[in-house]
Design a protein around this ligand. Sequence first.
Ligand code: AVJ
Length: 323
Amino acid sequence: MTDLNIHRQTQVNQDDLFLQDIFAGWSAVGQKTLPCKYFYDEKGSQLFDQICQTPEYYHTRTELAILARALPEVAQYIGPHADILEFGSGAGIKIRKLIDALSSPRTYIPIDISEEILLASSAQLAQQYPELAVFPVVADYLSPIQLPEQFSHQSEHKKLVFFPGSTISNFEPQAAIHFIKHIRALLGEGDALLIGVDLVKPAERILAAYNDAQGVTAAFNMNLLQRIQNTYQTDLDLDTFCHRAIYNVERSRIEMHLISTVQQDIQIEGRRFAFAEQESIHTENSYKYSLESFQLLARNGGFDCTHCYTDAQQLFSVHYLTA
Ligand code: AVJ
């Protein structure tokens, strides 16, 4: 097997961080919360891949169709020997399409929080593309990251940041600008960001995608509680919670919640948390943009909106933004 040069930047134990975030999110006055990044343990990542295949979840298959059209053009814009950086690399289907479309890309730096999946997919990719230098970085990309030197400003090679899947939807709009600025700061003039963004559309269509008939999204949401049960000393009973996804029209966002169906106290590692009947834990926001509102955000983040690709129904969009 190929030897990989791995960069690890999560020095702190994930279980300790999760516990801290549970305590903080459940002791707050008012709305209880859990950060959505904890969805993606091994089981959660599997469930997410399953969500992508449900008939209601239009995002993935639409983005792949858009990419099939966009990538030959992207290859022309960015040119040969590009260095690629990807945030939240996941299963690796989209990156293969990108690598296949580009003319001899030089480096691939995937950044992901789940170490096992990242390393397995990086090793596979390195084997499949012997010419490509693969430098996986295990990190929470929400905190500052030290990048391998291949992605430094001095490089003569063009840099392309790949951020597909509309993961940007999880950021609050202000934080999204902040993150785009952070990406911009990694790039030099002429480098680019290729980013997938889910679009606003009638509520029924969006709601169906987060309330799929097979209940995969419900299982994905409930897996957060399963993860708590698997990891800590607790009397948490999963049967006392259910999944709810609502569309907040005013803020153009899907909200996922876990609802306590009964009034109860839950103990976790010696701490007690009170839940009223029907009280919710807010587990995720997924913001929907119009083409215009996203382009405004991109410009505020310091990019030129060079190209924008969408499908005939305008369900999803892919933006090629130039630094
Ligand atoms: C990975 C944030 C794009 O919001 O559609 C899917 C996550 N949550 N179903 C999304 C998700 C529930 C997904 N993103």
